[in-house]
Design a protein around this ligand. Structure first.
Ligand code: V4E
Length: 210
C-alpha cells in the first residue's frame, strides 16, 4: 500500500476530575487550548460511514479518516488506527470511488448530506519526546457543545510497521493515567449520533462499524 497520509493510533478514555493533575505529574505539558467546529458528511444512504469512512470539514479544511486496510475497520480492541487524508484531490478520488460516481472537481459537487455538526474545546497535552525511537504521545481532553467529554491518547506514525510500537505506547500511557479500559470508549461522533441520529447510529452498530 502507498502512503497517503499519517496513521493515527488512538485510544479514547473517560476523563476523571484529576486527569490534568495526573498528566502534569507524569511530565506532560499543556500545549494549547483550541476551539473548532466539525461538520461530518455522508450520502443519504450512509455509504461512507457504513464503510467506516469519515469525511469532515474542520475549520474550513476537508479531512478524511479511513481504515488502514480496505474493507477492515479501524477498531483494534479498544484502540483505533485510521489513516488521515488531508489532500483534497485524494479525498475526492476516495469518496467518489466509494460512492461509485465520477470524480468531480470539488466536494460540494457531490451534494453530500451533513449528518453531524458540533463545536469542540480541546486541551492538548504533550509528553516530552524521549530520546531514542519513542514516538511523541499526545493527550487531548475534549469537551463538546452538546455536553460531552472524552479523552484521547494518540500517536501519529508515518508507516504501517510503526503501528505495533505506537499501540504499545498509547496503551502504556493509558495505564499510567489509570484509564486503560478493555472495551472501546464512545467518542464524540458516536455519542452525537446516538443522541441525535438514532437510525443512522443503529445502522452503524448493525454493520459493526460502531
Ligand atoms: C466516528 C469515527 C471517526 C470520526 C471521528 O474520529 P475521532 O477520533 O472520534 O474524532 P476526533 O475529532 O477526536 O479526531 P482527531 O481530532 O483526533 O483527528 S474515525 C473512526 N470512527 C469510528 C470509531 C469507532 N468505530 N470506534 C471508536 C472507539 N471510535 C471511533
Amino acid at each position: 500500500s502507498h502512503p497517503t497520509g499519517p496513521i493515527e493510533v488512538e485510544r479514547k478514555f473517560v476523563p476523571g476530575p484529576t486527569v490534568e493533575d495526573q498528566l502534569h505529574s507524569l511530565g506532560a505539558e499543556l500545549k494549547d487550548e483550541t476551539v473548532f467546529q466539525d461538520s461530518y458528511y455522508d450520502s443519504l444512504d450512509n455509504r461512507l460511514t457504513l464503510a467506516d469512512i469519515w469525511l469532515r470539514k474542520r475549520a474550513d479544511s476537508w479531512e478524511l479518516k479511513q481504515p488502514l486496510l480496505r474493507g477492515a475497520h479501524g477498531l483494534n480492541g479498544a484502540s483505533t488506527q485510521y489513516q488521515e487524508v488531508t489532500c483534497e484531490a485524494e479525498i475526492l478520488r476516495r469518496v467518489s470511488e466509494e460512492l461509485g460516481v465520477p470524480c468531480p472537481h470539488n466536494l460540494d459537487a457531490l451534494g453530500l448530506n451533513e449528518f453531524a455538526r458540533f463545536v469542540t474545546t480541546r486541551r492538548k497535552f504533550l509528553f516530552p519526546a524521549h530520546n531514542g525511537s519513542g514516538h511523541n504521545v499526545a493527550v487531548d481532553l475534549d469537551t463538546t457543545d452538546f455536553g460531552f467529554a472524552v479523552g484521547e491518547v494518540e500517536v501519529l506514525v508515518q508507516r504501517e510497521d510503526e503501528v505495533k510500537r505506537a499501540l504499545q505506547e498509547v496503551e502504556d500511557t493509558c495505564r499510567k493515567l489509570g484509564v486503560l479500559s478493555e472495551s472501546p470508549v464512545p467518542g464524540k461522533v458516536s455519542t452525537f449520533l446516538l443522541r441525535n441520529r438514532a437510525e443512522h447510529y443503529r445502522k452503524l452498530v448493525e454493520a459493526h462499524v460502531l
